[in-house]
Ligand binder design. Structure first.
Ligand code: TXA
Ligand code: MG
Length: 338
């Protein structure tokens, strides 16, 4: 199939039509590019799983253009959901709520709950409004690869497999949405993302951080966000994540680095790794930059002949929790503390 490339406002009706017709459309969001389809159309949703090579039990989240749509797809919406929506939507926050019957089990991977978010991207909000359907959209990468933060990256994975992609520029946030489960008390953080845990706590108070955020799941263990059990975001070469004070992590990497290895490091430490394939994560204190760069850095190594990759890990404050989670997942939790 030919993958059409859309770029201008005038293309919005054609893009919306793809969704209405049950097709697959790459959509820009503030977090990462998504692979969208009508969430209520089982055949269309099946297409998402096929194009990504995604396991059937890994549920999709719904993208809506207005908070009023929540009640169409979710039951027993608690007041906390509205408080969060008011404060953080449109934005990088996905809420897990009980689903209504209208949402097919194929979309939710067989679960009775559904994740919903309102993305903060003008073009995509308009596309969804015009399509007038909720859009199921996982990240637009082939399953297991780093999430795409640019239209070109999504094309690398999806050219010829989807009907179109809307190029809305580079993603502003760079890591996926934060996922909070509101069907349990206290609420539970299932995936750290573009909205910090601290921001969520400011509205919700106590939040339990799911074990899958910081630890590798054991054989047979079931995380609450099914997607968290898969090795993910992984470049082809094995990754080791080095956590601790930045001077120390740089020193550790310098000591262990061998010819042909690659490095993901903070801007300040790049001169130490001259002569090695290096991807810069951002300045030590600039977590926004690190979030924007983390997937591009991981993806860049796929076209470089490196045999192993060492990465400096940020601390877990603010967006650091999401950045460190993505690095650790890319490493299959091969983590060294120094
Ligand atoms: O920022 C984002 O969230 C991006 C953009 C495109 O919106 N989307 C995204 O989707 O990251 P995906 O499918 O790559 O990740 C969604 C995660 C998966 O780990 C999935 O298992 C989990 O959310 N999830 C979805 N529905 C769930 C549910 N009902 N209960 C628990 N976890 C759920
Ligand atoms: Mg994903």
């Amino acid at each position: 199939m030919e993958t059409k490339l859309f770029k201008s406002e005038h293309d919005i009706p054609a893009a919306a039509e793809i969704l209405r017709q049950g097709g697959l459309l790459g959509i820009p969001t503030e977090t990462v590019y998504g692979l969208g389809a009508n969430a209520l159309d089982e055949e269309a949703v099946k297409g998402i799983f096929e194009a990504k090579g995604r396991p059937q039990d890994n549920p999709l989240i719904l993208h809506i253009p207005h908070v009023d749509w929540l009640e169409r797809y979710c039951e027993n919406v608690p007041k906390e959901a509205y408080l969060l929506a008011e404060k953080f939507w449109p934005g990088p926050l996905t809420m897990i709520l009980p689903k209504k019957d209208i949402v097919p089990l194929r979309t939710t991977g067989g679960l009775s709950t559904v994740g919903v978010r309102m993305p903060d991207h003008r073009l995509t909000l308009e596309i969804i409004r015009q399509a007038d359907v909720p859009v199921a959209a996982p990240s637009g990468n082939t399953s297991g690869r780093p999430s795409p933060t640019k239209a070109e990256h999504m094309l690398e994975d999806m050219q010829g497999k989807i009907h179109g992609i809307f190029d809305g520029g580079a993603c502003r946030v760079g890591v996926e949405s934060t996922i909070v489960d509101l069907t349990v008390t206290p609420p539970r953080l299932l995936r750290p993302g573009g909205l910090s845990l601290e921001d969520l706590q400011s509205v919700l108070g106590e939040i339990v951080v799911d074990k899958a955020v910081t630890e590798k799941m054991k054989e047979g263990e079931k995380p609450r966000a099914p997607g968290m059990k898969y090795r993910h975001y992984a470049p082809k070469a094995p990754v080791t994540v080095v956590c601790g004070e930045p001077n120390k992590t740089a020193e550790y990497i310098r000591e262990h680095l061998q010819k042909g290895n690659g490095v993901i490091c903070f801007t300040e430490f790049a001169p130490l790794f001259e002569g090695y394939a290096t991807q810069i994560l951002g300045e030590v204190s600039n977590k926004h930059q690190q979030a924007q760069r983390v997937f591009d850095a991981l993806r860049a190594f796929d076209s470089l002949p490196v045999t192993a990759i060492y990465a400096q890990c940020p601390d877990t404050e603010g967006l650091g929790l999401a950045v460190s989670n993505r690095l650790k997942k890319a490493a299959g939790f091969c983590v060294v503390e120094v």
